[in-house]
Structure formats: structure tokens, C-alpha cells
Write a protein that binds this ligand. Structure first.
Ligand SMILES: [Zn+2]
Ligand SMILES: [Zn+2]
Length: 255
């Protein structure tokens, strides 16, 4: 898709490897116990674990931070995540109690090993690494961040804020484990204000070629969107997805 950007699918979740002048950057680390798959993906690129210099975490869900402790230990890579999601990664304070399907998956697969963070991301927008912009996109989790790579017209690593449909349209990311689905939608709309050609997701296939237009189309379809601007396709977007999963009661009922 884009030179030096690679997607690794681990079951139902994607992680990404980005080859830069300063080593390999991982965006998320997949499900727990997949370190060997990451090593193999690196080998396929003619790299090895020691070439990984940084790990950018979109958020603290177990399917995104599964191998971060192992990667950090073996590579010495610096690990970045937003301050608001730190506690679910470092194991300090309460671990985030998984919800919905994730609860069962955690039972099957196991919890991720906690790790230290080397750099905490704060603010609405920042530059954790040269070429990468971190955009705070809360809603899925409080500290969710999406990353924009300045390459080939822009590559968005949307994490779980957005996803794509089978026919390559942008849609909401998974919401059954979201802390605030409405805020997640607003964050998706915020991403539509940037410029990028390509978008990759934690779940769903990459979208390439004016990917941002698909974000804009989805943002226009959201309730309360489009004040002022009514495009020709005002009523044609994917129906606002409030979904069957807005009523996951008993959220934090810990186990
Ligand atoms: Zn998630
Ligand atoms: Zn996820």
C-alpha cells in the first residue's frame, strides 16, 4: 500500500510495522502471546526485534497492547501511549476491566503483561516521533490516540476510533467496549478534518486513495453533523449506527 508500512493481522486485530530512518516503529502490538508472529513479520522485512525503536499504542485494550512488554524488553524500544490510558498498560492502579466480547477473549487468551511507558502523550495533538502526529481521539477509551504518518500523502492509523466495511467504506470502530460512543463519533469526525490518502484500522481492512473522503462521508452521516453544509449525498450515508450494543449494562462490575 505505502512504502515501508506493513499490516500484520493477528486473529481479529491488526497491528502495523513502519520502517523509518530511525528504525522500525510498531503501531500497537496485537493479542497477547504473539511475539513469534511479530518476529516473523520483522524477519520478512529483513529486520529483527532489535531494529524496533519505538512502539506507539493507540489505546490500552488487551488486543492492542498484548505483546508490548515483551517487545520493549527484547528490543529496548521506547513505548508511547496517552496519559489517560496509561494505567491500563502499566498495571498501576486498577487494570481496565474488559467488557463485552473482550471479557471472554481475555479469559481464553490471558491478560497482557504490564509494562512501563517511556513517553506519555498528552494534549490534543503532538509529535511523538519525527513524521508522526498523535491526535487525541477519545471516546473508545479516554486516552485513545490516532497517528498520522507524513508519507505518501498521509497515512492514518485510526486504531479503534474508526473501522471499514467490507466494501471499503469508513465506519465507526467497535463500540461495545467504548467508554463514550458519542465521543468516539466526534473523534472520528475530527479525523475527517485532517488530510490523508490512506487509513489503516485496528479492525477492518485498510482504505487507500483519498481515504479522508470516506471519513468525511461518514462524519456527514452522523446525527447533528453537517450544520451549514448539506452535500448532494446528504441522506445517503450509512445509517447512523447506534447499534444493538449501546446498552451493555453493568460495565465496570468487576470480576
Ligand atoms: Zn479497543
Ligand atoms: Zn481493538
Amino acid at each position: 500500500m505505502v512504502d515501508g508500512v506493513f499490516e500484520l493481522s493477528l486473529g481479529f486485530v491488526n497491528m502495523h510495522l513502519v520502517v523509518t530512518d530511525d528504525g522500525v516503529v510498531l503501531v500497537d502490538t496485537g493479542l497477547p502471546r504473539n511475539a513469534k508472529r511479530i518476529d516473523r513479520a520483522l524477519r520478512d522485512l529483513g529486520k529483527q526485534i532489535g531494529d524496533v525503536t519505538a512502539v506507539l499504542l493507540t489505546h490500552n485494550h488487551f488486543d492492542h497492547i498484548g505483546n508490548v512488554a515483551d517487545v520493549r524488553r527484547r528490543s529496548g524500544a521506547r513505548v508511547f501511549a496517552h496519559a489517560a490510558d496509561a494505567m491500563g498498560i502499566t498495571g498501576v492502579n486498577e487494570p481496565v476491566e474488559p467488557k463485552g466480547l473482550a471479557k471472554f477473549a481475555v479469559r481464553l487468551i490471558g491478560r497482557p503483561e504490564p509494562t512501563k511507558l517511556d513517553k506519555v502523550i498528552t494534549g490534543a495533538e503532538s509529535t511523538p516521533l519525527p513524521g508522526f502526529t498523535a491526535v487525541h481521539t477519545p471516546g473508545h477509551t479516554r486516552g485513545h490516540v490516532s497517528f498520522l504518518l507524513d508519507r505518501d500523502g498521509g497515512v492514518l492509523f485510526a486504531g479503534d476510533t474508526a473501522s471499514s466495511t467490507r466494501d471499503g467504506k469508513v465506519t465507526s470502530g467497535p463500540t461495545q467496549a467504548s467508554v463514550d460512543p458519542a465521543e468516539q463519533s466526534r473523534s472520528l469526525a475530527k479525523l475527517a478534518g485532517y488530510e490523508f490518502e490512506h487509513a489503516v484500522f485496528g479492525h477492518g481492512r485498510a482504505v487507500s486513495g483519498r481515504a479522508v473522503e470516506s471519513f468525511r462521508a461518514y462524519a456527514r452521516s452522523l446525527p447533528g453533523a453537517g450544520a451549514g453544509e448539506s452535500g448532494p449525498d446528504a441522506g445517503s450515508g450509512p445509517s447512523a449506527e447506534s447499534g444493538p450494543d449501546t446498552s451493555t449494562g453493568g460495565d465496570q462490575a468487576g470480576r
